[in-house]
Design a protein around this ligand. Structure first.
Ligand SMILES: [Zn+2]
Length: 310
């Protein structure tokens, strides 16, 4: 049995997978960000101790956004999480006797999709995770693109409009400024203010999230259609650039806004240069924990490839 932990800004998902990489147990904890990293790690360790009483865990993997050290054992800094030089692998090794692995959350989603999802058998594939920002991961010639400091494949931060809005990374007009769920939600808020009697405005009274525009679109709202068409155009611009750079067999899209996959693909289709390459992740919200639980397998595969190649 393998344990996967997916640390996010709102929730920490924890799951156990069996030898067929099927989830046999799944739970989530709120991320107590205000309380600091020691409390968050304490919560995770408590949960892990309870799981260890039930399952014989042989590998542990953790997926987390943000910067890791070069050895991929500590989280140096993690965006909206209060993690600052936290030795995550060492801390969880106190609980478990087995190997513990750490990687980027988008890489975990990619690994899951590549090894057990729709990317099985691909030599080259790209994962784009659409959430608060845009994360990315790339399999290039059956190897994970890592870069010098384990921070390669950050697909959210290539510029699609140099005169676009400021990005926390220091550039202007990055892909994620236009195509993240945050960008879609901002566009919905603007449209609601400008069209107070529209269907989307009435749905927005219950709160706006990444699926509000899709729901209104499904109800025939022309304002939602305009918002989503503009959003799809930006998302497709980034995807087309990524396709030219990597020429992958598959570009897999993941994240909450891909829930209405049929509508998203329909809207993207007219703007995509190679629509047949683009698919919605087949594992949905569980990709992060499944991928984390599979990090051990991938690490071994990666190392064996490295050895074979000399
Ligand atoms: Zn950026």
């Amino acid at each position: 049995m393998n344990l996967g932990i997916d640390i996010g800004g709102t929730n920490i998902k924890i799951g156990v997978t069996d030898k067929n990489h099927t989830l046999v147990y799944k739970d989530s904890l709120p991320t107590r960000s205000d309380a600091g990293s020691a409390v968050i790690m304490g919560d995770i360790k408590e949960k892990c101790k309870a799981i260890k009483q039930i399952y014989n865990i042989t590998h542990v993997g953790i997926g987390c956004p943000g910067d890791k050290d070069d050895a991929n054992v500590s989280i140096i800094a993690a965006g909206n999480l209060p993690f600052n030089n936290v030795p995550v692998v060492a801390e969880l090794s106190e609980v478990f006797d087995c190997d513990v692995y750490l990687d980027n959350d988008a890489n975990c989603a990619l690994i899951a999709e590549w090894l057990v999802g729709s990317g099985q058998g691909c030599n080259d594939m790209v994962m784009i995770t659409i959430g608060t920002g845009i994360g990315g991961g790339c399999i290039v010639n059956r190897n994970l693109l890592r870069g010098v400091h384990n921070d390669g494949g950050e697909l959210g931060h290539f510029v699609i409009d140099p005169s676009g809005p400021d990005c926390p990374c220091g550039q202007k007009g990055c892909f994620e400024r236009f195509a993240s769920a945050t960008a879609l939600i901002s566009a919905v808020k603007k449209a609601v203010n400008e069209n107070p009697t529209s269907v989307i405005a009435s749905l927005a009274k219950d709160g706006i999230n990444g699926s509000t525009a899709f729901k209104a679109y499904g109800m025939g709202c022309p304002v939602a259609e305009t918002v989503l068409d503009e959003y799809a155009k930006h998302l497709a611009t980034g995807i087309n650039g990524i396709r030219y750079i990597f020429a992958p067999e598959l570009i897999s899209l993941a994240g909450g806004i891909t829930g209405d996959s049929e509508t998203l693909i329909k809207l993207l289709r007219s703007y995509l240069l190679a629509p047949s390459v683009v698919k919605i992740s087949s594992l949905g919200g569980d990709a992060g924990i499944i991928g984390a639980s599979l990090l051990y397998k991938f690490a071994k595969y990666y190392l064996s490839l490295r050895k074979k190649g000399g």
